[in-house]
Design a protein around this ligand. Structure first.
Ligand code: 3IO
Length: 348
């Protein structure tokens, strides 16, 4: 008797089951599915902590790419050296440990004979002007020092100043003083008689805490973003150099992208350089105000006579850059003239 109950389903019941199935299928098709999973997921490594400007620009870029590719591309960001650190960023991206990475060129002296022109004391007074100039020079000349990667954008720090435990009002005050810097900025300190201690920005907090350094030569955003204003009360405006950066992508990762995605990335290069410069220039002003209010920092200009002396001492630096660049087959005079023309065009 059991068999009968199983097979003899009433026609009404069969119809209602069929209708239910049809209705469920219809609902399933209509129900908004979560945004289609991204077709491409890219990792983006950065060395300093998340609140610093290289990471702020990274998040902005990631968001723009996700929006402009309508969710096709998903960017996983790794701030604070969680995927690659300052020293293995360049090689790590080339090897594919991250798809994208942000490098400060000053951390690898000798590797970028052309673009290190932006580490020279040519007198940029804003991150916006220097960033736009750096990108324009790169885009036009495509130096072969970057041939192993795809360059997505470039930008610079704001002009570098001395953040110190003691006031600096003359070059004499700098004599033998241990100051953290890197690349071109370290060379500046050496020529002025200070004792440069070279390391990436991400290692500076520990060096300061251990008393290995008395100050830092970099841009004023660090006063707030690394909380350096707490221990470095005396700021001396020198505008010696900027630190150039590059956002680089693994070549295989880039080549694997579809033409429309490549186009989105390519078109963002110039815009991102300018966005980052503008963000940073505004943020430096905010950082100084914050530091004055919270820690009562003092900001002074290097006296004009001392600044003139410094400028004189630094002229050999540009000659040194030229010699090294020429040895690598670069038309150094031509490049330098172009940088100065870009500066005249954008820096006022
Ligand atoms: C910098 C690097 C990482 C985070 C914030 C920053 N502000 C200015 C710089 C420039 C730089 O590369 C350096 O080492 O001072």
């Amino acid at each position: 008797m059991q068999a009968t109950t199983l097979t003899a389903m009433s026609p009404v019941r069969t119809l209602s089951l069929m209708l239910t199935a049809i209705a469920l299928t219809a609902i399933a098709c209509w129900w908004p599915t979560p945004a289609a999973a991204a077709e491409v997921s890219l990792s983006y490594a950065n060395f300093p902590p998340a609140p610093t400007f290289p990471c702020i620009q990274m998040e902005r870029w990631a968001k723009e790419v996700e929006t402009r590719t309508a969710g096709k591309v998903d960017i996983q960001t790794y701030p604070g050296s969680t995927l690659l650190g300052a020293k293995n960023m360049w090689s790590g991206v080339i090897q594919g440990q991250a798809d994208i990475g942000c490098i400060s060129l000053a951390y690898q002296p000798g590797v970028f004979p052309m673009m290190s022109v932006f580490e020279q004391p040519v007198g940029f007074t804003s991150a916006t002007a220097a960033s736009v100039s750096q990108w324009e020079l790169y885009a036009k000349r495509q130096p072969k020092e970057f041939a192993r990667v795809k360059v997505l954008t470039m930008f610079t720090s704001a002009p570098s100043n001395i953040m110190c435990k003691k006031p600096i009002s003359s070059l004499d005050d700098l004599k033998g003083l241990e100051i953290r810097a890197s690349g071109g900025a370290s060379k500046v300190l050496e020529l002025l008689g200070a004792t440069p201690v070279s390391m990436p920005a991400s290692e500076a907090p520990e060096a300061l805490q251990k008393g290995l350094i008395k100050g830092i030569l970099s841009s004023f955003d660090m006063l707030k973003d690394f909380n350096f204003a707490e221990h470095l009360k005396y700021q001396t405006v020198t505008n010696f150099v900027v630190y150039p950066f590059a956002v680089i992508m693994n070549l295989d990762s880039y080549n694997a992208l579809s033409p429309d995605v490549k186009k989105v990335l390519d078109e963002l290069g110039a815009e991102q350089a300018e966005w980052t410069g503008k963000y940073l220039d505004a943020h430096v002003r905010e950082s100084i105000e914050w530091s004055k209010n919270k820690y009562g920092i003092e900001v002074a200009q290097l006296p004009a006579a001392e600044a003139a002396k410094a400028k004189q001492k630094l002229t050999v630096m540009i000659d040194g850059w030229k010699t090294k660049a020429e040895a690598k087959g670069i038309a150094a005079d031509d490049v330098l003239a172009e940088v100065l023309a870009l500066k005249a065009k954008y820096d006022h």
